[in-house]
Design a protein around this ligand. Structure first.
Ligand SMILES: Nc1ncnc2c1ncn2[C@@H]1O[C@H](COP(=O)(O)OP(=O)(O)OP(=O)(O)O)[C@@H](O)[C@H]1O
Length: 709
């Protein structure tokens, strides 16, 4: 378990709660060792904070005669008649016959057979729970949960919390039920001692239940209404502290980290007056004003620049760099891949040359001699702008006076890497601009980047026609190719993209090659390019170069072209096997067209049979070009865990809240945190005392935790 997981946990840390778990009734040293090892549960507090990730509805009983295959799970009360062992070797299983008077149900175990042999009591009454399957004219449940019927559980009517567990624990019979029992016995003695962790006015304002009740009903919900209240309260608390800490960090940064003052603007002026290649969009100009305001304050800038594909981030990045250069500082741009670094380099170089600026590129494949030359020029200050990959954060790279770091696609870099760039100027932290071309839903941006100020380029350059997106089945390929021929005849260029997914790289490459051959046959005499990740950098450059110069008309490629490629004359993109792409990726790919003044098209090809989710993805793509809207749908479809950018953030470790669903709670939590930090930043008011002590506890826990891990 990662340390930040702890930090997001609510903390309960009276001395009592620090008690070692082995001292809880019914636990003992052996179970305690397992809990330590498998779940990092060491103390009473850890156990209470081991939250279920879902709850199963055990409020009703099913009848065997009423079972159907649609049921995800069924709970049945009845009598175990007898059991028998069937099969041998790997197929050996124990089959028990269970009835509730309306039919027979087979209960099947492949594992722990000898335990069940010893412990199952024929002719006794049980409650069983599991997924019913109808096969060979009989209903059965494999590996059901099974409990003796007692006075306590006879009525059913409860919700079973399902806890994160490991296989080893299950083998040792510590399942959700067993863990639930331990937690219950702890809560029975601990409940009155659980302190409130939120200020009373917030609890009142949002009609939250107390921390004490929330823990109780989250672990032992009596009914759906209490469960809902408990979840709401714990989600609010989790998001409140997540936001509180992010905003506090941001404020701290603002007051404690000095930044260079970039007041002079000679180069910026010259660029505006003599070299601006087009009029900036309103959004570009606004974002530049926001950035310039940051750069003058004497505080370090920490800003996120969100811009949809093709919205024109390059020029904003360049002008921001000019502010640094104007004030005798150097600027760097770090991108996650060589292709991207190269695209940025090419884009920025065009502008830099106009002003006689010395700009260089440093990646893993930069040759030794060139690399050493660049290192030297960065050290002595001759090189003003450097673009590169993570080769930039190597220790040998030293700057004369680094004043600005721009990080593209920040989510592919860890926070530690961000910090390494900062350290490149030992005198004063450079300003930081994080750029992302993947629009992020507001909720996610708030949590993921809550410690940054956010600017958005939410307007495309004038004259761009919205891309028309169409869905076509493979069977209609002939008419699609016909359309492509018409477009080529008009002088346009075309991308044909094939999926390349790591696990099946070989097969995908074959798909691409087959595709290439079929395109060659269907378009005789039309010059083609091919591009995929397995090609040598040199060959890639050659193929890309021919396409950029309009020497080839169709680019058959894998997703290596996903980011950064900019060929305004390419106006059609055909995406093969579109069902294999995620929404954000489809949107990124589509962003490669629609960059010129011509009408552009994106054609999504799929087989006839597609799933419901795929249909929704395709429909969304056909409906809108708005990256922000698309990212919202993506968040709903996939949940935050799978969205790019969240993996390293610790965000996926939110234990109770779900960013796809809890937008309203997040907003309320954030505005509450902002208000408190605004009116009582040092938490001196008595009403805010719970926050102070809770944060103190969190800090202690983190220190303890870092000692353990
Ligand atoms: N204000 C503008 N008016 C006209 N064209 C513009 C404007 N800003 C940018 N462009 C052009 O739009 C295209 C896309 O710009 P740029 O490459 O900076 O986009 P981007 O935001 O980096 O997009 P991506 O992330 O998809 O690469 C470029 O050809 C650029 O010259």
């Amino acid at each position: 378990m990662a340390p930040y997981l702890r930090s997001l946990n609510p903390s309960i840390s009276l001395i009592f709660f620090d008690t070692k778990i082995e001292f809880l009734k019914g636990v003992g040293p052996q179970k305690a060792a397992l809990l330590n090892q498998e779940l990092s549960i060491f103390t009473f507090a850890d156990l209470l904070q081991h939250y279920p990730f879902r709850h199963e509805d055990r409020t009703t009983f099913h009848r065997i005669s009423g079972l159907n295959e649609e049921l995800a799970a069924a709970q049945i009360k009845g009598r175990l008649r007898e059991w028998t062992i069937v099969g041998e070797g790997g197929k050996k299983r124990l089959v028990a016959y269970f009835t509730d008077g309306t039919g027979i149900l087979e209960l099947v175990w492949f594992q722990s057979i000898s335990w069940f042999e010893k412990n199952l009591r024929p002719n006794s009454e049980y409650i069983v729970y599991g997924k019913p399957v109808f096969f060979g004219g009989r209903w059965s449940i494999t590996h059901p949960e099974i409990d003796l019927l007692t006075n306590e559980n006879e009525a059913g009517g409860y919700w079973q919390p399902i806890y994160p567990l490991t296989e080893k624990l299950r083998r040792k019979f510590i399942d959700s039920k067993a863990l639930g029992k331990m937690i219950r016995s702890l809560l029975e003695i601990a409940r009155p001692q659980i302190r409130e962790t939120l200020p009373a006015n917030l609890v009142q304002k949002y009609r939250l239940i107390s921390k004490m009740d929330a823990l109780w009903h989250f672990h032992i919900p009596q009914n759906a209404a209490w469960l809902h209240q408990a979840q709401r309260r714990l989600k609010f608390e989790e998001l409140f502290y997540n936001q509180f800490r992010l905003i506090k960090n941001k404020l701290l940064h603002k007051t404690e980290f000095p930044g260079m003052v970039f007041g002079k603007t000679a180069l910026v002026k010259e660029f505006y007056d003599n070299h601006l290649p087009f009029q900036l969009t309103g959004a570009q100009a606004r974002v530049l004003r926001e950035i310039h305001a940051d750069l003058k304050t004497g505080r370090q800038m920490n800003r996120l620049l969100q811009g949809d594909v093709g919205s024109g981030k390059t020029i904003v990045a360049f002008i921001t760099m000019l502010f640094a250069l104007d004030n005798d500082a150097q600027a760097c741009l770090m991108a996650p891949t060589e292709i991207l670094a190269d695209q940025h380099f090419q884009g920025l170089k065009k502008f830099a040359e106009l002003l006689g600026i010395n700009i260089g590129k440093l990646t893993g494949s930069t040759k030794k001699r060139e690399r050493e030359g660049i290192h030297e020029q960065l050290r002595n200050g001759d090189m003003q702008i450097i673009v590169g990959t993570h080769a930039l954060i190597e220790d040998v790279v030293q700057f004369n006076n680094l004043g600005l770091c721009i990080i593209d696609e920040q989510h592919r870099f860890g926070v530690a890497q961000r910090a390494k760039l900062w350290a490149k100027n030992p005198r004063i932290s450079p300003h930081m601009l994080v750029m992302t071309a993947t629009p992020i839903p507001r909720t996610l941006a708030m949590t993921l980047y809550g410690d940054l100020d956010i600017s958005a380029i939410d307007e495309l350059p004038a004259g761009r026609k919205p891309i028309k997106t169409l869905h076509r089945y493979d069977a209609h390929r002939a008419s699609v190719f016909g359309f492509l021929k018409e477009e080529i005849a008009k002088g346009r260029q075309i991308y044909m993209v094939y999926p390349l997914i790591e696990e099946s790289e070989k097969m995908d490459l074959k798909d691409l090659m087959d595709g290439f051959e079929s395109v060659s046959r269907s378009f005789p005499g039309v010059p083609l390019s091919i591009l995929h990740g397995k090609m040598k950098a040199q060959d890639k450059d050659y193929e890309m170069g021919r396409f950029v110069r309009n020497e080839t008309k169709i680019m058959v490629a894998t997703t290596v072209i996903e980011v950064g490629v900019n060929v305004p004359n390419a106006s059609v993109m055909v995406i093969e096997n579109a069902e294999r792409f995620g929404l954000s990726q489809l949107h990124q790919l589509r962003g490669r067209v629609g960059r010129g003044a011509e009408q552009s098209y994106c054609i999504l090809m799929t087989s006839f049979k597609i799933s419901k989710d795929t249909r929704l993805r395709i429909e969304t793509m056909c409906r809108t070009n708005d990256g922000f809207e698309i990212s919202e749908v993506d968040l709903q479809l996939r949940g935050p865990g799978d969205l790019s950018g969240t993996q390293q953030s610790g965000l996926t470790d939110l234990l109770v809240a779900n960013l796809a669903q809890d937008t309203e709670i997040l907003k309320a939590a954030r505005s509450s945190a902002e208000e408190i930090l605004d009116t009582d930043p040092n938490l001196l008011q008595p009403v805010n005392a719970p926050i102070r002590s809770h944060l103190e506890n969190l800090r202690k826990e983190e220190t303890n935790w870092s000692r353990i891990s």
